[in-house]
Design a protein around this ligand. Structure first.
Ligand SMILES: Cc1cc2nc3c(=O)[nH]c(=O)nc-3n(C[C@H](O)[C@H](O)[C@H](O)COP(=O)(O)OP(=O)(O)OC[C@H]3O[C@@H](n4cnc5c(N)ncnc54)[C@H](O)[C@@H]3O)c2cc1C
Length: 350
């Protein structure tokens, strides 16, 4: 008789050192500089002890509170790191510009999530907003009208604790949750869904953002202040054609993005996934005309949403120059040299 795999089958990971799992994670992932700050460990910790804020992931009082359950290691995409790269599998690629929303580029992330809400695929989605100093905070969005707030759309080049908020969203969702994240966050979500099936049922739509790197807010804030950025007037930040551009209500400050090299976190320096290849659909600015977003539609759920957008005439469409997306994706591959030897063998075609 065939033995069915039970939903509660658990593979307990092997410890590398005779210490609590948290200490194993801390030594192998955080202290070694591999941690991407995706915050999946913080979400799953059953005692809510792992904190992810504007600093390295930590569990301050682990000695008293950690119950050594191994969940943090089970969901960490960098514990047994298999670096992903390239464009990944897809059904189609389009350039799009929403007619309803204003966003970083063509507001197609917002358009897809709004449409998923209207279609009833999800009943909430998590967006990253900002305060006047551009510190990130996470918002639970339940209506299309909320997405008209331009502080909630657009790119914030700072880590955001989106994943820990899933726990709250899980308590109240009926139809499912929509998530948006950088490539490492998407990988965290997929590992979470693999290890804990309840998240497979509840997280229904996952958007990935193209990403070269992210920053700690306090470091980027100080850097930009030194450059003369007035945060009370700042309306947009962008990285385009090798330049960081801060647009204020009355002026603009720009400088070569490589000037930020000294504050790029280690966890980003070992990442070679530019397009978030594990997402349902990925969105970025490169490859499309200004004002449009490049959208990589990877599966049937994303294609259904795209069809819905087209049927309702919610967006204009244009052409994507694939060579540009490939070029940026290949550029990130240069970071392969930063990946520790033991994980390099996990890179496909390396
Ligand atoms: C850190 C970072 C680096 C990026 N680097 C590149 C790059 O090198 N090349 C490129 O082509 N594109 C990059 N992007 C993606 C690009 O900036 C746009 O987000 C993308 O083109 C989608 O634009 P849009 O107008 O369709 O999105 P919008 O409709 O404006 O929606 C953007 C969504 O992203 C969410 N969001 C904003 N900041 C964050 C954050 N820090 N973490 C998680 N979610 C967030 C918002 O809440 C919103 O839901 C990056 C994005 C981020 C966050």
């Amino acid at each position: 008789m065939a033995v069915e795999s039970l939903e509660w089958d658990v593979q307990i990971p092997k410890k590398l050192i005779e210490e609590k799992y948290w200490i194993n994670l801390k030594r192998r992932v955080i202290e070694s500089g591999l941690c991407s700050h995706c915050s999946t460990c913080s979400l799953i910790c059953p005692v809510d002890g792992i904190v992810s804020g504007d600093h390295e992931i930590d569990f301050p009082d682990w000695g008293e509170r950690c119950i050594d359950c191994s969940a943090c290691i089970r969901v960490c995409p960098r514990w047994d790191y298999t670096p992903l790269s390239g464009i990944g599998e897809y059904l189609e690629i389009v350039a799009g510009r929403s007619k309803r929303f204003k966003g970083q580029d063509g507001a197609m992330v917002t358009e897809f999530m709004a449409s998923a809400l209207e279609m009833g695929l999800i009943d909430r989605t998590l967006f990253v907003g900002r305060d006047e100093d551009w510190r990130t905070s996470v918002y639970h969005i339940r209506s299309v009208e909320q997405m008209l707030d331009t502080k909630l759309t657009g790119t914030k080049y700072s880590f955001a604790s989106v994943l820990p908020e899933i726990k709250k969203a899980m308590r109240s969702t009926k139809k499912g949750i929509g998530l948006i994240g950088t490539p490492c966050m998407v990988s965290g979500v997929r590992k979470l869904q693999k290890e804990f099936p309840v998240f497979r049922r509840k997280i229904k739509v996952v958007a990935g953002l193209f990403c070269t790197e992210n920053f700690y807010h306090h470091q980027l804030y100080e850097f930009l202040k030194d450059k003369g950025v007035d945060f009370s007037k700042l309306i947009k930040t962008d990285i385009t054609r090798g330049k960081f551009i801060a647009t204020m209500t009355d002026s603009e400050i720009s400088f070569p993005v490589k000037e930020l090299n000294s504050i790029v976190p280690h966890g980003c320096e070992v990442c070679i996934d530019f397009t978030a290849i594990e997402s349902d659909f990925s969105v970025g600015s490169v490859g499309s005309d200004a004002g449009y977003s490049t959208v990589i539609v990877r599966n049937e759920t994303a294609r259904e949403i795209l069809e819905y957008i087209k049927e309702n005439n919610y967006a204009d469409f244009g052409k994507v120059i694939m060579e540009v997306v490939e070029k940026l994706s290949n550029l990130k591959m240069k970071r392969t040299k930063n990946i520790p030897e033991e994980y390099r063998k996990n890179i496909k075609n390396f």
